[in-house]
Design a binder for this molecule. Structure first.
Ligand SMILES: Nc1ncnc2c1ncn2[C@@H]1O[C@H](COP(=O)(O)OP(=O)(O)OP(=O)(O)O)[C@@H](O)[C@H]1O
Ligand SMILES: [Mg+2]
Length: 454
């Protein structure tokens, strides 16, 4: 019987980690994935079923991808649109396959999004219509955030590795909490976030896996790590790109085996934790230059959600601004309103600190505004289009504005430093300025002094 499966595709991959990652991702995309670990079983399936696409590794334990393709070709089996996965150095083979009728190929290591993009092109019928239009917006109202929310809704049902990427302050942790909330109706399951950049490797190991009494100097009593505390819930490993390669190996072991020992302990501890990783770095590039393990990359990146910067989704700016004003009004028992002109002004700003910066800007506007209506003036827009006046000759009004803008800058730098555990490099990167520039600004606002004074 020759069954036609519109949403089904055949995956041929012998590597268990890569195969599992691909199979998970394809399932999450709403597809039916028939995964074969060797060429012969795939050949047999392809003879009897019609798939909407074939994804195959070129190097397989029995047949090569090329043999598989050639056999189907010789038997005149109707070939589905085919995408080959090649390693470095097998480009010649990939080109040969393209000549035989394969549609495209992708070179390892690759991003799952990249593969999905290619799959969309070679087999558009595989993809279901988007249903994001009917969604109640929680993460944002822009098309990109509604799509992301829809994907997060699906992910919430599975306990697979999710990688969240995006600039600082875009809402990665917020998305992680949203995914966690999907299966935690009662709000009783733990959600724990750990910043992997904030501590040394030894401390991070103890933080993640806990330690026994006497495991190291200062370990006066045994302590549960976050993996234990997050049991049945979600663990967010923030700034995963900053994790040392030694820790990466330890993390991979736990993710693969599902158990670990506390530092200085021998008892095997098993937990059920959904691990979500977040970073504002390009892990794929880090894999290329060997600073991030490829096997861990595939393990944590079964589903990848990229949260775009706010400037790329201007529709969200007004939506967020109104929400923050309304939340702040409720909290403080007062009532502020954002005008259409105010909203328009906000849309024209670049928001390098993303949602976090917008949130603080709205709170500041509410606090400092002498009126309940927030227009461009209350939001920091220059009163008129004259060039900025030099400090020494400034009018009282322009000096007031300068002071206001400086207070915004000061607060924003302080918040970003806190969010990045006072790491200068990552904070500078998040703010889009050089480390030197950040130091200068910190000196100007005496930020270190405040920190060391607590
Ligand atoms: N959809 C949202 N609804 C309400 N608040 C949000 C939303 N998204 C982000 N925020 C708020 O914006 C701020 C920054 O969000 P979050 O901490 O999730 O960003 P992040 O991407 O994890 O930042 P970082 O890279 O600095 O860790 C937080 O105060 C958060 O509450
Ligand atoms: Mg975060």
């Amino acid at each position: 019987m020759n069954t036609v499966l519109n949403k089904a595709l055949c995956l041929v991959e012998d590597d268990p980690i890569m195969g599992e990652s691909l199979a998970h991702r394809l399932t999450l995309e709403g597809l039916v994935c028939d995964w074969h670990r060797d060429g012969k079983s795939a050949l047999d399936a392809l003879r009897h079923r019609s798939y909407a696409a074939l994804i195959s590794d070129i190097r397989l334990p029995d047949l090569s991808g090329e043999d598989l393709f050639q056999a189907l070709y010789d038997e005149q089996v109707l070939l589905p649109p085919t995408l080959f996965i090649t390693g470095y150095g097998s480009i010649d083979q990939a080109v040969k396959l393209l000549r035989l009728g394969a549609r495209d190929y992708i070179t390892k290591p690759f991003d799952l999004d990249q593969l999905m993009e290619k799959l969309r092109i070679i087999s558009p019928t595989l993809f279901i219509d988007d249903e994001w239009q009917d969604l109640e917006p929680v993460l944002g109202t822009s098309v990109s955030m509604r799509r992301l929310q829809k994907m997060a809704n699906v992910l919430g049902e599975y306990r697979v590795g999710v990688l969240l990427t995006g600039e600082s302050g875009v809402g990665k942790e917020h998305v992680a909490r949203y995914i966690h909330g999907i299966t935690d109706d009662t709000g009783s399951l733990p959600f724990i976030s750990v910043n992997c950049a904030a501590v040394t490797e030894t401390l991070l190991e103890a933080e993640l896996f806990g330690h026994e009494k006497g495991a190291f100097t200062g370990a006066v009593q045994s302590r549960h790590g976050v993996f234990e505390r997050a049991d049945r819930g979600t663990l967010l490993l923030d700034e995963i790109g900053e994790m040392s390669t030694g820790m990466q190996a330890k993390l991979l072991r736990v993710l693969q085996e599902g158990h670990f020992e506390r530092v200085g302990g021998h008892n095997r501890i098993e937990v059920d934790v959904r691990v979500i990783c977040a970073t504002n770095r390009d892990l794929k590039l880090m894999v290329d230059d060997s600073s991030f393990r490829e096997d861990l990359f595939y393990r944590i990146n079964v589903a990848h959600l990229h949260v775009p910067p706010l400037r790329e989704r201007p529709d969200d700016i007004g939506w967020f601004a109104n929400m923050f004003v309304s939340n702040f009004s409720k909290k403080s028992g007062k009532s502020w309103t954002l005008t259409a002109a105010g909203e328009e002004f906000l849309r024209t700003q670049s928001w390098p600190g993303n949602v976090r910066e917008l949130k603080h800007a709205m709170q500041r506007a509410c606090i400092f505004s002498s009126q309940a209506i927030l227009g461009p003036g209350e939001l920091g827009a220059p009163a008129h289009d004259e060039p900025p006046v030099a400090e020494a000759t400034g009018t009282a009004e322009s000096l007031q504005l300068k002071g206001y803008l400086e207070s915004c800058e000061h607060n924003h730098i302080l918040e970003t430093l806190k969010a990045h555990a006072w790491q200068i490099s990552t904070t500078a990167r998040a703010l889009g300025i050089s480390r030197k520039n950040l130091w200068e600004k910190m000196r100007k606002y005496r930020i270190r002094d405040q920190e060391t004074m607590g």
